[in-house]
Design a protein around this ligand. Sequence first.
Ligand code: FFO
Ligand code: ATP
Length: 180
Amino acid sequence: MRKARREHVATQPPSIRALLFNRPPAPLLDMIDEDAVIGLYHATADEAPTTSYTKFFYERGHRIALPRFSSANEPMTFAEHTDPFDESDLVAGPFELRQPVEDAPRLEPDCLLIPLIGFTATGERLGQGGGHYDQWLADHQGRTKIGLAWDVQLVESLPIEPHDQRLDAVVTPTRLYGPF
Ligand SMILES: Nc1nc2c(c(=O)[nH]1)N(C=O)[C@@H](CNc1ccc(C(=O)N[C@@H](CCC(=O)O)C(=O)O)cc1)CN2
Ligand SMILES: Nc1ncnc2c1ncn2[C@@H]1O[C@H](COP(=O)(O)OP(=O)(O)OP(=O)(O)O)[C@@H](O)[C@H]1O
């Protein structure tokens, strides 16, 4: 599934990619309170891009939180991201993922836009395998959980376990799955 994602992104013209994930679709915004803290992620080259959504939510007056972790085995926390235009408050973390600087205050998102490897049409999610999001969401119930994905990441079924957290919706460039 990582390979399918990589090959999909590799065949996509950059001029097209720049148009995708530009603004959250209206039904998605209906799921998000005006004063919600929004948890985003700093996308890798193959993940659904987040730079436009981050600026959009920031300009709409939301506080932005990004994940921070020290290794695949350590739990993830979120910290505030205050400079989505220049990203001067981010530093390189594990796996080349950029994350908030050490003195950025912790901030717990109400609504999370979540990266994934694969998803089903009913909101099941496969992540990187670190359990970071599953664990955080188990410890912080009642949050709005929205997956961001390319269409090729849709699969018929996933090997779901009891700890896996189901998404409330998934956004792709062509569709909104949910809200469930
Ligand atoms: N952009 C982004 N940030 C994120 C996540 C994510 O999936 N995407 N996470 C989601 O939980 C957390 C980080 N958790 C991670 C857990 C494991 C690996 C990992 O094993 N990476 C391997 C394989 C990468 C690949 O083949 O594509 C590596 O980089 O070697 C990466 C991140 C928080 N931040
Ligand atoms: N609520 C939890 N409490 C403790 N450990 C957990 C919890 N949820 C997941 N884990 C641990 O994380 C491991 C990896 O989970 P899983 O493979 O489902 O992660 P993932 O959803 O693919 O990754 P991620 O959420 O980081 O993107 C599990 O085998 C389990 O040991």
